[in-house]
Design a protein around this ligand. Structure first.
Ligand SMILES: NC(=O)c1ccc[n+]([C@@H]2O[C@H](COP(=O)([O-])OP(=O)(O)OC[C@H]3O[C@@H](n4cnc5c(N)ncnc54)[C@H](O)[C@@H]3O)[C@@H](O)[C@H]2O)c1
Ligand SMILES: C[N+](C)(C)CC=O
Length: 497
């Protein structure tokens, strides 16, 4: 593997094909969450920077330098991007680990998925996508799909590369131009992605990136009249704010938001498999995964045995810097997020829940400068507790008990969220019956977490609006136009002449 330096050169934004500092020259440090060191400085973009990017994207859209070329040509750019991601896979993997903290193993998967996502949409955009309708003679009705226009894409820090690609690949495939905002916490890998866009020669103004604070840059993108659509991934609270802001200019809005997803374990499940996936469901990504199985619901006859085994395994998880060989779980992304997660652990204790393992920041073994938290398990919880209802977004799980199918479903659906859910059972009919009752957009039976470019991703309830990935993910970035053609061109004679 090519070793990436500990420090990345200071970052710049990409606006209208040029690398730019913030117009006021301000910067913000980017921190390696494994050791608190400054990796780089990123421009602290302003509303004026966001407007420059929006105008560039608008001009590029109106000139048709992207929407006006053939789908085949657009696809060839996307394929070149995928090839470059593969070519830079080592570097991207290491940057992602430095930027976000996740273990190299996880970052490597994300990089592979990112390349595959560009290839997937390159293939899809060249396929037929229109429809014709049998309407009354002499009319012929048809539908064509068109790009929405200038799309504002705003993403979080937990998958800096992959969450960017889930939006950028379909948005570009559909012929849109984009104004993209990475999280201010993790701008490093997104910047590398834009270097790739430059290398493959995307026309100027097609893909623009503005860094900076959500309340400044994000807000300008969400409110500006020249932006036709906002596609946002992040917290539910921010999503609500964006939806309200975007309403003033009636933008199309797509929201991928938070979750508090249930993982239901029946007594007839394969025990070790269920424990194994339940650990993966919560501790992968240090629990900073939107679909994390953060509420484990276990049938009462195996509850004690399950908790014992789960805790035994959780204690064995190797926590450390993402770049260290053997690390299974990395740090949280930032000091601020560490404080949030630790505060939830305190809330849980005050609410009367019992810690079965973990519950503390890890400060020994040279980890004191990073943002590490022990894999944590709460038991003796009830459905009303905040640690059961609210998204903690860290390595903290609650394990609840249920007596029958009906109660499992009631508990599973008993939060404002509806992103994901899992069921473990060896009874196929029961598995499907329970899954069909879950008010959630992404579900698994005897599995947890896998995502596929081919299949739609998104939430019910307050976990979002719209879908990423698959055909649905492309359609989010398309308008549907009805075209009616009169095949007999003669006066209609409705009014007397
Ligand atoms: N459903 C999904 O697919 C999915 C995937 C990944 C993450 N998430 C969610 O993301 C959240 C964690 O990410 P986060 O802490 O970065 O979320 P966040 O909502 O704080 O920030 C997300 C992005 O929005 C920007 N932003 C913040 N305020 C804004 C404003 N007023 N206007 C416009 N933009 C603004 C931020 O700068 C950032 O780029 C979790 O809730 C997680 O569940 C959801
Ligand atoms: C969608 N996923 C699981 C890759 C990231 C969610 O946080």
């Amino acid at each position: 593997m090519v070793e990436v330096k500990k420090r990345v050169v200071n970052l710049k934004m990409f606006i209208d094909g040029e690398w730019k500092d913030a117009e006021n020259q301000e910067t913000r440090p980017v921190i390696n969450p494994a050791n608190g060191e400054v990796i780089s400085y990123a421009p602290e973009g302003t509303a004026a920077d966001a407007r420059s990017a929006i105008y560039a994207a608008r001009r590029a859209f109106e000139e048709g330098v992207w929407s006006g070329i053939s789908a085949q040509e657009r696809a060839s750019y996307l394929l070149k991007i995928a090839d470059k991601i593969d070519a830079y896979a080592d570097e991207l993997t290491q940057l992602e680990t430095m930027d976000n903290g996740k273990p190299l193993r996880e970052a490597g998967f994300d990089v592979g998925d990112a390349a595959a996502c560009f290839r997937y949409y390159a293939g899809m955009i060249t396929k037929p996508d229109g429809q014709t309708y049998h309407v009354a003679d002499p009319m012929q009705a048809m539908v064509v799909r068109e790009p929405v226009g200038v799309c504002g894409l705003i993403v979080p820090w937990n998958y800096p590369l992959l969450m960017s690609v889930w939006k950028i690949a379909p948005a570009l495939a559909a012929g849109n131009t984009i104004v993209f905002k990475p999280s201010e916490v993790t701008p490093v890998t997104p910047k590398k992605l834009f270097e790739i866009f430059e290398e493959v020669g995307l026309p100027k103004g097609v893909a623009n990136m503005v860094m900076g604070a959500g309340a400044v840059v994000g807000n300008e993108i969400a409110s500006h009249p020249e932006v036709d659509m906002i596609s946002f991934t992040g917290g539910t609270k921010t999503g609500k704010h964006i939806m309200k802001t975007a309403a003033d200019t009636m933008k199309k809005v797509s929201l991928e938001l938070g979750g508090k997803s249930p993982n239901i374990i029946f007594a007839d499940a394969d025990f070790e498999t269920a424990v194994d996936y339940a650990l993966f469901g919560i501790y992968a990504g240090s629990g900073q995964v939107c679909s994390a199985g953060s509420r484990i619901l276990v049938e009462e006859s195996i509850y004690d045995q399950f908790v014992d085994r789960f805790v035994e395994r959780a204690k064995q998880i190797q926590v450390g810097p993402g770049s260290a060989p053997g690390t299974e779980m990395g740090p949280l992304v930032s000091q601020e997020h560490l404080e949030k997660v630790l505060s939830y652990i305190e809330i849980g204790k005050q609410e009367g829940a019992q810690i079965a393992c973990g519950g503390k920041r890890i400060v020994g073994d040279g980890l004191e400068k990073g943002y590490f938290v022990e894999p944590t398990v709460f038991v003796n919880v009830n459905q009303e507790m905040r640690i059961v209802q609210e998204e903690i977004f860290g390595p903290v799980v609650v394990i609840q008990k249920f007596k029958d199918e009906k109660e499992a479903i009631k508990l599973a659906n008993g939060t404002i969220y509806g992103l994901a859910g899992g069921v473990f059972t060896n009874n196929g009919a029961k598995g499907l019956r329970v899954i069909k009752k879950l008010r959630a957009g992404i579900t698994w039976v005897n599995s947890y977490h896998p995502t596929y470019n081919e299949a739609p991703w998104g939430g019910y309830k307050q976990s979002g609006i719209g879908r990423s990935l698959g055909t649905f993910g492309l359609e989010e970035f398309q308008e549907i136009k009805q075209i009616n053609i009169n095949l007999q061109v003669e006066p209609i004679g409705w009014f007397s002449n």
